[in-house]
Ligand binder design. Structure first.
Ligand code: FE
Length: 129
């Protein structure tokens, strides 16, 4: 299974782990602001040859058997240009921000992909009161 290749670690010592930032408790139906960042404590490279390609965010309600994808962002600019690698005028940072209204408690799962170091994941529980 692909899940064998999804890595996780302490984000304070590993630059690839997506860090989920949001309130731990939210009222049902209120918009929850969520930010997911790779390289929170230790910056990850953002070069043509080595970068974070995307972050996806899933939500699994308590007791559910299936995850719901609630957001995804492709980071498409990493300095490639006709002048050569890393010479371009645009570099996309690896941060996804989103707002979501949740009706029930559950767990957010973030997944990120480094073009060299593969898939990384983290999770954060959210209580809907
Ligand atoms: Fe990497």
């Amino acid at each position: 299974m692909l899940s064998e290749f999804v890595k996780s670690a302490d984000w304070k010592s590993e630059k690839h782990v997506p860090v989920i930032e949001c309130a731990e408790t939210v009222k049902a139906g209120d918009a929850l602001a969520i930010a997911v960042t790779v390289g929170k404590e230790i910056a990850h490279p953002n070069t043509t040859n080595h970068h974070i390609s995307w972050i996806a965010l899933h939500f699994v309600p308590v007791g559910a058997k299936v995850s719901i994808e609630i957001g995804r962002c492709e980071f498409s600019a990493h300095g490639a240009s006709v002048e050569g690698p890393d010479k371009g005028p645009a570099f996309t940072d690896s941060t996804l921000t989103i707002r979501a209204k949740l009706a029930v408690s559950g767990t957010l799962y973030a997944t990120s992909f480094c073009n060299i170091h593969g898939l990384w994941s983290s999770e954060k529980a959210v209580v809907v009161a």
